[in-house]
Design a protein around this ligand. Sequence first.
Ligand code: IMP
Ligand code: MG
Length: 192
Amino acid sequence: MLDKNSSLVPEQEIPVVRVKDKRFRVFIPYEDIQERIRIMAAAMTREYEGKKPIFLSVLTGSFMFAADLMKHINIDCEIAFTRLSSYSGTSTTGKVEMIMDFKEEIKGRHVVILEDIVDSGTTLSRFLPTLEEHRPASIAIASLLIKPEALKYPLDVPYVGFRISNEFIIGYGLDYDGAGRNLKDIYQVVVE
Ligand code: IMP
Ligand code: MG
């Protein structure tokens, strides 16, 4: 069940949800997400065999992606969590704040950052230098989604689930003002 501001209504066969003041239409169904995740996991399993990688999930958005991906990583590995924010209050600080630091020792380890979406690339491009200070053996980024048209910083993202257009999406961990993270599918905003 969604909150009291939301309702599930069928519109031309494609489910639409209302979240707060906006409507969203199913964009990537759950089954398609799972299929892509299995392919991504297979590639990572091949690449990191024998390297005991540490997967670093960037909260909150990547929690569903991380959970589903990890089920298909069939090698010795670990998972850690961090929480980042590029904002302080309502204004941009120009820095990424680590609201929740990871506790694991990553020196000499192979790190795979798990992100829900790379939009402008600001968050990760500012976080990478901080991570590098810990002297990991390698760093790679895996993002379920990427909006290539919105990218402002050159970021190497070797593992991408879906390349999507520059429209706002929610669901499968992604939120609109705190709401919609629990939706099973990925939804795109209906421009009205
Ligand atoms: P970036 O720093 O501009 O790359 O933005 C990264 C973060 O912004 C993501 O981890 C998301 O939390 C959030 N974000 C970017 N685009 C969307 C979207 O379409 N829906 C929901 N959250 C988004
Ligand atoms: Mg995020």
